[in-house]
Ligand binder design. Structure first.
Ligand SMILES: *Cc1c(COP(=O)(O)O)cnc(C)c1O
Length: 375
């Protein structure tokens, strides 16, 4: 998927001029810069970007230009990408289970920080340079995220105590990391994790170098913009309250940094009774809609680019492939007058959309158009 070389003033203007019969992403560099500033100025520590949320080269280079100096990577391919787009940036290798070849690739790429969640994986890192930061990944049963990340990775507090001691004994720099889940609606999970991390470090008798509070910050999906600063403040206050000597803080947002960067435009192929057929669906830019509650930020636009208003009715929404799974799990309220050839614009689609597009059945988003810096 490549970025078009020419800029457009608005998505509507581009759609009216080009009447694309394929789905299109619109890239909003100014919106990305705004949310990057919100993190860089508001978060009380180091902001790293979780590359998996949107690994587009222009995302990496724009965030680097905005002042993001470290990136959370999970694979050798992500290391190569960051090295190319953000030369000089620090790499944090936070995928706690690694093949021997991946360990070698991480060492070769100069990853500065590594996470672990079990002893056998820590032993695989014995060949890393002394003084490398190794962060023990902690897990707690946490409610409130859109889905549970503790189901796959993380050490219990008891296991984390043993790991932390071993990290220090091996001559590495000990830290703790956690990831509370994604799209966390309240600051509560962070507060609980921070208090537990302090208890784990105390039991281990280890002074933490850093505390990485993960990602999971909410993006704007419905009602209003989430209050990120309130979460940042609780993270800072809880850390200062829980530790005698507070470690440096690190965060690794993916979704919240990336979401505003893309709008997805799809076209209506047909409206048949209660059903709408679109030219993109869950095998394309709407992949995540199968796993997470739908967003409210959808508007309909006529082929001439003007907004389509009027009373809405709830409709079943199908994607373009011949697979019956290719439908949105819930009905969407859409204008009653919606017709073939109209477009639907989904805002805030920069995270876990572009990265998950497939070419199944010959469909899928292939085009990205950049919007001029005016909004
Ligand atoms: C996916 C992931 C992130 C980013 O999560 P978001 O919910 O997109 O902010 C951060 N850290 C780790 C370890 C992850 O796996």
């Amino acid at each position: 998927m490549r970025l078009d070389p020419t800029l457009s003033p608005t998505p509507e203007a581009w759609l009216a001029a080009n009447a694309p019969d394929e789905p299109v992403f619109f890239f909003h560099r100014a919106r990305l810069m705004e949310v990057a500033r919100e993190f860089l100025e508001g978060f009380p520590g180091l902001v790293t970007y979780a590359v998996k949320a949107n690994p587009a080269p222009e995302m990496i280079s724009a965030l680097h230009a905005a002042g993001v100096t470290a990136f959370d990577v999970a694979s050798p391919a992500e290391m190569t990408l960051v090295r190319a787009e953000a030369p000089g940036a620090a790499l944090h290798y936070h995928n706690p289970v690694r093949s021997a070849a991946e360990v070698a690739a991480g060492r070769e790429a100069g990853c500065l920080s590594w996470s672990v969640d079990r002893m056998a994986e820590l032993e695989k890192l014995a060949g890393l340079q002394e003084g490398t930061e190794i962060a023990v990944r902690l897990k707690l049963p946490v409610a409130g995220a859109a889905y549970d990340f503790g189901a796959k990775f993380g050490a219990t507090p008891e296991q984390a105590v043993a790991l932390l001691r071993r990290v220090a004994a091996m001559g590495f720099v000990p830290s703790i990391t956690f990831h509370p889940g994604t799209q966390c609606a309240s600051p509560e999970p962070w507060a609980r994790y921070i208090v537990e991390a302090a208890a784990v470090a105390r039991s281990a008798g280890v002074m933490l170098h850093r505390l990485n509070v993960g990602g999971g910050f909410p993006a704007h999906r419905d009602a209003g913009r989430p209050n990120l600063q309130a979460i940042f403040d609780i993270i800072r206050d809880t850390t200062f309250g829980a530790f005698d000597i507070p470690p440096q803080l690190v965060c690794e947002p993916g979704r919240a940094l990336a979401a505003e960067a893309l709008t997805l435009a799809v076209r209506v192929k047909g409206v048949h009774d209660e059903a709408v057929f679109l030219n993109d669906g869950v095998y394309g830019g709407l992949a995540e809609w199968r796993d997470i509650a739908p967003m409210d930020r959808v508007r309909a636009v006529r082929r001439c680019g003007t907004e389509l208003g009027g009373p809405k009715i709830r409709r079943v929404v199908f994607g373009p492939t011949c697979d019956s799974i290719d439908r949105l799990p819930e009905t969407l309220p859409l204008p009653g007058a919606l017709a073939e050839g109209d477009f639907l614009l989904f805002e805030g689609m920069g995270a876990y959309s572009r990265a998950l597009v497939t070419g199944f059945n010959g469909y899928g988003v292939r085009r990205v158009v950049e919007i001029e810096n005016q909004d």
